[in-house]
Write a protein that binds this ligand. Structure first.
Ligand SMILES: *Cc1c(COP(=O)(O)O)cnc(C)c1O
Length: 292
Protein backbone atom coordinates (compact mmCIF):
# COMPACT_ATOMS: atom_id res chain seq x y z
CA UNK A 1 0.00 0.00 0.00
CA UNK A 2 2.77 2.45 0.90
CA UNK A 3 5.76 3.38 -1.23
CA UNK A 4 9.21 3.31 0.26
CA UNK A 5 10.33 6.95 0.60
CA UNK A 6 13.20 8.20 -1.52
CA UNK A 7 16.01 10.55 -0.62
CA UNK A 8 16.44 13.59 -2.84
CA UNK A 9 19.68 15.58 -2.86
CA UNK A 10 19.10 19.34 -2.68
CA UNK A 11 21.88 20.77 -4.81
CA UNK A 12 21.07 24.39 -4.04
CA UNK A 13 21.24 23.81 -0.26
CA UNK A 14 25.01 23.69 -0.21
CA UNK A 15 27.75 26.01 0.98
CA UNK A 16 31.20 25.29 2.44
CA UNK A 17 30.85 21.62 1.54
CA UNK A 18 27.67 21.23 3.53
CA UNK A 19 25.33 18.79 1.79
CA UNK A 20 21.63 18.51 2.28
CA UNK A 21 19.24 15.68 1.44
CA UNK A 22 15.51 15.48 1.97
CA UNK A 23 13.53 12.36 2.85
CA UNK A 24 10.37 12.50 0.76
CA UNK A 25 7.72 11.06 3.08
CA UNK A 26 5.21 13.12 1.13
CA UNK A 27 5.45 10.53 -1.64
CA UNK A 28 4.65 7.36 0.31
CA UNK A 29 0.90 7.63 -0.32
CA UNK A 30 -1.34 10.24 -1.93
CA UNK A 31 -3.55 10.56 1.15
CA UNK A 32 -1.89 8.88 4.14
CA UNK A 33 1.30 10.75 3.39
CA UNK A 34 4.08 12.16 5.46
CA UNK A 35 4.56 11.54 9.13
CA UNK A 36 0.89 10.84 9.88
CA UNK A 37 0.99 7.22 8.82
CA UNK A 38 4.02 6.55 11.04
CA UNK A 39 2.38 8.25 13.99
CA UNK A 40 -0.88 6.31 13.56
CA UNK A 41 0.26 2.78 12.95
CA UNK A 42 0.68 1.71 16.59
CA UNK A 43 -2.59 3.34 17.61
CA UNK A 44 -4.38 1.28 14.96
CA UNK A 45 -2.61 -1.86 16.14
CA UNK A 46 -3.49 -1.10 19.74
CA UNK A 47 -7.12 -0.42 18.82
CA UNK A 48 -7.39 -3.76 17.01
CA UNK A 49 -5.69 -5.53 19.89
CA UNK A 50 -8.25 -4.08 22.29
CA UNK A 51 -11.10 -5.26 20.09
CA UNK A 52 -12.12 -1.75 19.08
CA UNK A 53 -14.46 -1.29 16.16
CA UNK A 54 -14.10 2.43 15.74
CA UNK A 55 -11.35 5.05 15.90
CA UNK A 56 -12.11 8.56 17.14
CA UNK A 57 -9.93 11.63 16.96
CA UNK A 58 -9.81 15.41 16.71
CA UNK A 59 -8.74 18.04 14.19
CA UNK A 60 -9.39 21.23 12.29
CA UNK A 61 -10.87 21.68 8.83
CA UNK A 62 -7.47 21.10 7.15
CA UNK A 63 -6.16 18.39 9.45
CA UNK A 64 -3.67 16.08 7.74
CA UNK A 65 -4.11 13.83 10.74
CA UNK A 66 -7.86 13.32 10.33
CA UNK A 67 -7.82 12.55 6.64
CA UNK A 68 -4.94 10.09 7.08
CA UNK A 69 -6.76 8.50 9.98
CA UNK A 70 -9.99 8.22 7.97
CA UNK A 71 -8.36 6.19 5.23
CA UNK A 72 -6.01 4.21 7.47
CA UNK A 73 -8.96 3.18 9.68
CA UNK A 74 -10.97 2.14 6.68
CA UNK A 75 -8.09 0.01 5.43
CA UNK A 76 -7.76 -1.56 8.88
CA UNK A 77 -11.47 -2.46 8.79
CA UNK A 78 -12.42 0.03 11.49
CA UNK A 79 -14.99 2.78 11.30
CA UNK A 80 -13.93 6.31 12.20
CA UNK A 81 -15.37 9.41 13.79
CA UNK A 82 -13.74 12.84 13.70
CA UNK A 83 -14.47 15.71 16.08
CA UNK A 84 -13.99 18.93 14.17
CA UNK A 85 -12.95 22.29 15.59
CA UNK A 86 -15.50 24.88 14.52
CA UNK A 87 -19.00 24.64 13.14
CA UNK A 88 -19.72 23.28 9.67
CA UNK A 89 -19.51 25.95 6.99
CA UNK A 90 -21.65 26.05 3.83
CA UNK A 91 -19.05 23.96 2.01
CA UNK A 92 -16.79 21.43 3.66
CA UNK A 93 -13.01 21.80 3.16
CA UNK A 94 -11.45 19.41 0.64
CA UNK A 95 -9.76 17.70 3.62
CA UNK A 96 -13.01 16.98 5.42
CA UNK A 97 -14.82 16.03 2.21
CA UNK A 98 -12.12 13.45 1.61
CA UNK A 99 -12.33 12.18 5.20
CA UNK A 100 -16.07 11.79 4.79
CA UNK A 101 -15.62 10.01 1.50
CA UNK A 102 -13.44 7.46 3.30
CA UNK A 103 -16.33 6.86 5.65
CA UNK A 104 -15.41 9.05 8.60
CA UNK A 105 -18.37 10.42 10.51
CA UNK A 106 -17.85 14.12 11.24
CA UNK A 107 -19.04 15.82 14.40
CA UNK A 108 -18.67 19.60 14.44
CA UNK A 109 -18.00 21.29 17.76
CA UNK A 110 -17.69 24.93 18.71
CA UNK A 111 -14.15 26.15 19.33
CA UNK A 112 -14.98 26.33 22.99
CA UNK A 113 -16.30 22.76 23.18
CA UNK A 114 -13.29 21.56 21.19
CA UNK A 115 -10.85 22.81 23.83
CA UNK A 116 -12.14 20.37 26.44
CA UNK A 117 -11.05 16.98 25.10
CA UNK A 118 -11.82 15.20 28.37
CA UNK A 119 -15.42 16.38 28.23
CA UNK A 120 -15.76 15.28 24.59
CA UNK A 121 -14.38 11.84 25.40
CA UNK A 122 -16.75 11.52 28.30
CA UNK A 123 -19.77 12.61 26.26
CA UNK A 124 -18.93 10.37 23.29
CA UNK A 125 -17.38 7.37 24.98
CA UNK A 126 -19.02 4.12 23.90
CA UNK A 127 -18.01 0.48 23.82
CA UNK A 128 -15.63 -0.33 20.99
CA UNK A 129 -14.65 3.30 20.34
CA UNK A 130 -10.92 3.98 20.61
CA UNK A 131 -9.72 7.59 21.02
CA UNK A 132 -6.48 8.81 19.44
CA UNK A 133 -5.25 12.15 20.75
CA UNK A 134 -5.09 15.21 18.50
CA UNK A 135 -2.25 14.88 16.00
CA UNK A 136 -1.42 11.41 17.34
CA UNK A 137 0.45 12.97 20.26
CA UNK A 138 1.50 10.36 22.83
CA UNK A 139 3.77 7.39 23.40
CA UNK A 140 2.47 5.23 20.58
CA UNK A 141 2.79 8.16 18.19
CA UNK A 142 6.38 8.73 19.27
CA UNK A 143 7.24 5.05 18.82
CA UNK A 144 5.66 5.07 15.39
CA UNK A 145 7.54 8.21 14.34
CA UNK A 146 10.82 6.59 15.38
CA UNK A 147 10.23 4.08 12.57
CA UNK A 148 10.79 6.84 10.02
CA UNK A 149 14.51 6.46 10.53
CA UNK A 150 14.35 2.73 9.75
CA UNK A 151 13.43 3.58 6.17
CA UNK A 152 16.98 4.76 5.48
CA UNK A 153 20.59 4.54 6.61
CA UNK A 154 20.85 7.67 8.77
CA UNK A 155 24.49 7.12 9.79
CA UNK A 156 26.11 9.58 7.31
CA UNK A 157 24.08 12.55 8.59
CA UNK A 158 25.28 14.94 11.28
CA UNK A 159 21.98 16.82 11.50
CA UNK A 160 18.38 15.76 11.09
CA UNK A 161 15.95 18.65 10.67
CA UNK A 162 12.18 18.30 10.96
CA UNK A 163 9.17 20.52 11.51
CA UNK A 164 7.43 20.58 14.87
CA UNK A 165 3.69 20.78 15.39
CA UNK A 166 2.73 18.75 18.45
CA UNK A 167 6.32 17.52 18.78
CA UNK A 168 5.45 13.82 18.41
CA UNK A 169 7.57 13.27 15.31
CA UNK A 170 10.54 15.16 16.73
CA UNK A 171 10.41 13.08 19.91
CA UNK A 172 10.36 9.87 17.89
CA UNK A 173 13.31 10.92 15.74
CA UNK A 174 15.28 12.06 18.77
CA UNK A 175 15.06 8.62 20.35
CA UNK A 176 16.86 7.11 17.34
CA UNK A 177 19.86 9.44 17.11
CA UNK A 178 23.44 8.25 17.27
CA UNK A 179 25.83 10.14 19.54
CA UNK A 180 27.32 12.18 16.66
CA UNK A 181 23.92 13.45 15.50
CA UNK A 182 21.83 16.49 16.34
CA UNK A 183 18.11 17.02 15.77
CA UNK A 184 16.88 20.50 14.92
CA UNK A 185 13.14 21.07 15.13
CA UNK A 186 11.63 24.00 13.28
CA UNK A 187 8.49 25.18 15.01
CA UNK A 188 5.50 26.16 12.93
CA UNK A 189 4.06 28.05 15.90
CA UNK A 190 4.77 31.46 17.32
CA UNK A 191 5.67 31.65 21.02
CA UNK A 192 4.82 28.29 22.46
CA UNK A 193 6.93 28.06 25.62
CA UNK A 194 5.77 24.50 26.35
CA UNK A 195 6.76 23.05 22.98
CA UNK A 196 10.35 22.10 23.74
CA UNK A 197 9.25 20.15 26.77
CA UNK A 198 6.45 18.52 24.77
CA UNK A 199 9.24 16.90 22.74
CA UNK A 200 11.75 16.23 25.51
CA UNK A 201 9.33 14.63 27.95
CA UNK A 202 9.33 11.46 25.84
CA UNK A 203 13.11 11.15 25.85
CA UNK A 204 15.68 10.26 28.47
CA UNK A 205 17.67 13.22 29.87
CA UNK A 206 20.97 11.98 28.40
CA UNK A 207 19.79 12.84 24.90
CA UNK A 208 18.11 16.19 25.64
CA UNK A 209 21.28 18.00 24.57
CA UNK A 210 20.93 16.54 21.07
CA UNK A 211 17.75 18.52 20.41
CA UNK A 212 17.43 22.18 19.49
CA UNK A 213 14.17 23.98 18.78
CA UNK A 214 14.20 26.84 16.27
CA UNK A 215 11.31 29.23 16.73
CA UNK A 216 12.10 32.00 14.25
CA UNK A 217 10.64 30.60 11.07
CA UNK A 218 6.89 30.64 11.73
CA UNK A 219 6.11 33.46 9.23
CA UNK A 220 3.70 35.15 11.61
CA UNK A 221 2.21 32.12 13.32
CA UNK A 222 0.67 28.70 12.83
CA UNK A 223 -0.82 28.27 9.33
CA UNK A 224 0.03 31.89 8.43
CA UNK A 225 1.26 32.05 4.86
CA UNK A 226 2.14 35.56 3.74
CA UNK A 227 3.02 36.23 0.06
CA UNK A 228 6.75 35.98 0.87
CA UNK A 229 6.25 32.36 1.93
CA UNK A 230 4.25 31.49 -1.20
CA UNK A 231 6.95 33.14 -3.31
CA UNK A 232 9.58 31.02 -1.57
CA UNK A 233 7.52 27.88 -2.25
CA UNK A 234 7.31 28.73 -5.96
CA UNK A 235 11.07 29.38 -6.14
CA UNK A 236 11.85 26.15 -4.34
CA UNK A 237 9.67 24.24 -6.78
CA UNK A 238 11.51 25.75 -9.74
CA UNK A 239 14.93 25.26 -8.17
CA UNK A 240 14.60 21.74 -6.78
CA UNK A 241 11.26 20.33 -8.08
CA UNK A 242 10.31 20.17 -4.43
CA UNK A 243 6.66 20.70 -3.47
CA UNK A 244 6.06 21.95 0.08
CA UNK A 245 3.01 22.75 2.19
CA UNK A 246 2.09 26.13 3.65
CA UNK A 247 1.98 25.04 7.30
CA UNK A 248 5.07 22.96 7.94
CA UNK A 249 7.48 21.95 5.22
CA UNK A 250 7.90 25.32 3.45
CA UNK A 251 8.90 26.93 6.74
CA UNK A 252 11.15 23.96 7.43
CA UNK A 253 13.06 24.31 4.16
CA UNK A 254 13.23 28.09 4.49
CA UNK A 255 14.65 27.68 7.98
CA UNK A 256 17.33 25.27 6.82
CA UNK A 257 18.41 27.63 4.03
CA UNK A 258 18.58 30.52 6.48
CA UNK A 259 20.62 28.48 8.93
CA UNK A 260 23.03 27.48 6.15
CA UNK A 261 23.33 31.10 5.03
CA UNK A 262 24.06 32.31 8.55
CA UNK A 263 26.77 29.68 9.11
CA UNK A 264 24.89 27.64 11.62
CA UNK A 265 26.42 24.48 10.15
CA UNK A 266 30.09 23.61 9.79
CA UNK A 267 32.07 22.55 6.74
CA UNK A 268 31.43 18.89 6.05
CA UNK A 269 28.11 18.72 7.88
CA UNK A 270 25.55 16.49 6.25
CA UNK A 271 21.94 17.46 6.77
CA UNK A 272 18.82 15.35 6.34
CA UNK A 273 15.53 17.22 6.14
CA UNK A 274 12.37 15.21 6.79
CA UNK A 275 9.63 16.12 4.32
CA UNK A 276 6.65 15.27 6.49
CA UNK A 277 3.99 15.62 3.79
CA UNK A 278 0.92 17.78 4.30
CA UNK A 279 0.53 18.80 0.68
CA UNK A 280 -3.23 18.23 0.72
CA UNK A 281 -3.49 21.23 3.06
CA UNK A 282 -2.52 23.49 0.16
CA UNK A 283 -6.07 23.01 -1.15
CA UNK A 284 -7.06 25.71 1.30
CA UNK A 285 -5.39 28.21 -1.06
CA UNK A 286 -7.09 29.83 -4.02
CA UNK A 287 -6.52 27.79 -7.17
CA UNK A 288 -3.52 28.78 -9.28
CA UNK A 289 -1.41 30.30 -6.51
CA UNK A 290 1.06 27.42 -6.61
CA UNK A 291 2.46 25.65 -9.68
CA UNK A 292 2.27 22.17 -8.08
C1 LIG B 1 1.28 16.99 11.48
C2 LIG B 1 2.42 17.46 10.68
C3 LIG B 1 3.63 17.87 11.26
C4 LIG B 1 3.83 17.96 12.75
O1 LIG B 1 4.10 16.74 13.34
P1 LIG B 1 4.09 16.63 14.94
O2 LIG B 1 4.40 15.23 15.18
O3 LIG B 1 2.70 17.00 15.39
O4 LIG B 1 5.08 17.59 15.46
C5 LIG B 1 4.65 18.25 10.43
N1 LIG B 1 4.51 18.25 9.10
C6 LIG B 1 3.36 17.90 8.50
C7 LIG B 1 3.26 17.98 7.04
C8 LIG B 1 2.28 17.49 9.26
O5 LIG B 1 1.12 17.17 8.66
Amino acid sequence: MLQKPRIQALKSFTKNHICTDILRLDEIHPVISGNKWYKLRYYLEDALMHGAREIASFGGAYSNHLVALALASKEAGLSAIGFIRGEAGPIASPTLSAAKEYGMQLVYLTREQYQDKAAIKKAYETKGRYFVSEGGYGNLGVQGAAKIMEEIDPSPYTHIVCSVGSGTMAAGLLTTLAAHQQLIGISSQKNNPTLKNAVLQFCSPEIHGQFELEENFHFGGFAKHPPTLLQYMRELWIRESLPTDIVYTSKLCFGVEQMIATNRFKTGNKILIIHSGGLQGNHSLKKGLLPF
